[in-house]
Design a protein around this ligand. Structure first.
Ligand code: FAD
Ligand code: FES
Ligand code: MG
Length: 283
């Protein structure tokens, strides 16, 4: 059982939650994630990145967007409530070293998993520039946290309600064309955004790391749910990733596979709004 210690709403759909998990807090490294299960009777398992951790307090922090049934139910949890199962830290940690100039690009909720990586790159001596983007001002998160660690923060929104009216690929392309191009780009966000970030950097030969958000079930390499094709080889995002060379990922296949359960997800979310109790019966 993992007791919730803090909860804060960051935007209309995004929540920051800190809970007890002393062993994970001690062991975790940047880029790793958890699989959580809200209850064991009907609860599905969902992966969420470890956004922060405090080894002294024994707590870990997640930042999540309420998009479907499980994340909406998690958003209803209060301080003092307990999350039934938390598995982690999972996945390979980010390869951190002093690359020189690092450009970190986050789209939407992707800013949350990007933050610990940007922090670690900064701590390793990199000059860290950050671009964060969202559909509009209300959906923009982590601006202050990113400003604290970056030497140069660019905000973009699709509708121009905050920062520049542009997609994240516009400042990314300008940085690659500029006099001091990045030595490494880390791009995290929706699959389509990561695909186009990789296509933007490809002609410049700038190494581009992406963090893939495939469907996961066990998180230990057993079910195959998270498989992707990278450089013509099958990889399991949960154990081989979640980070890969963006220039080698078959994004089209990944996007196709991500849509496989859309009808079931839609139905589950619809039922959820009818106000289910924990055994799946309508109250
Ligand atoms: P549903 O309606 O069931 O699904 C909505 C969409 O979420 C689906 O279309 C699919 O794209 C994705 N999804 C659904 N089930 C799963 C699953 N079992 N595994 C993976 N994706 C799924 N989201 C955050 O908000 N913050 C994070 O820090 C974060 N980190 C992630 C790290 C990794 C390694 C991965 C793989 C995903 C991460 N996600 C994160 C995405 C998050 O897991 C999904 O938003 C969540 O599972 C949606 O569940 P749902 O029942 O609320 O929505
Ligand atoms: Fe099952 Fe990766 S989640 S193999
Ligand atoms: Mg779901």
């Amino acid at each position: 059982m993992n007791r919730i210690l803090e909860k804060r709403q960051l935007s209309a759909e995004v929540f920051r939650m800190t809970f007890d998990a002393p062993n994970i807090a001690r062991e975790r490294r940047a880029g790793q994630f958890l699989i959580i299960q809200l209850d064991t009777q009907v609860g599905e398992r969902i992966p969420l990145t470890i956004a922060d951790a405090d080894a002294v307090k024994g707590s870990v922090t997640i930042i999540f967007q309420a998009v479907g049934e499980t994340t909406h139910r998690l958003a209803e949890f209060k301080v003092g409530d307990e999350i039934r199962n938390v598995l982690g830290p999972l996945g390979q940690p980010t390869h951190i070293k002093n690359f020189g100039r690092a450009l970190c690009v986050g789209g939407g909720i992707g800013a949350a998993p990007l933050h610990p990586i940007a922090q670690a790159l900064k701590a390793a001596g990199n000059e860290v520039s950050i671009v964060i983007g969202a559909r509009n001002k209300e959906l923009l998160i982590m601006e202050e946290e990113m400003r604290r660690i970056s030497s140069d923060l660019t905000i973009v929104t699709d509708d121009g309600s905050a920062g520049r009216k542009a997609l994240v690929t516009a400042p990314l392309k300008e940085a690659c064309e500029g006099p001091k191009p990045p030595d490494i780009v880390v791009a995290i966000g929706p699959p389509v955004m990561m695909k186009f970030c990789a296509e933007t950097t490809r002609p410049f030969g700038v190494h581009t790391v992406v963090s893939l958000n495939t469907i996961m079930i066990d998180g230990t390499g057993m079910c195959g749910g998270c498989r992707v094709t990278v450089g013509g080889q099958t990889k399991f995002v949960c154990v081989d990733g979640p980070e890969f060379d963006g220039h080698k990922v078959d994004f089209d296949n990944m996007i196709l596979r991500l849509g496989a359960y859309k009808p079931q997800e839609k139905e589950a979310h619809h039922r959820c709004h009818l106000d289910l109790n924990i055994a799946g019966e309508v109250r």
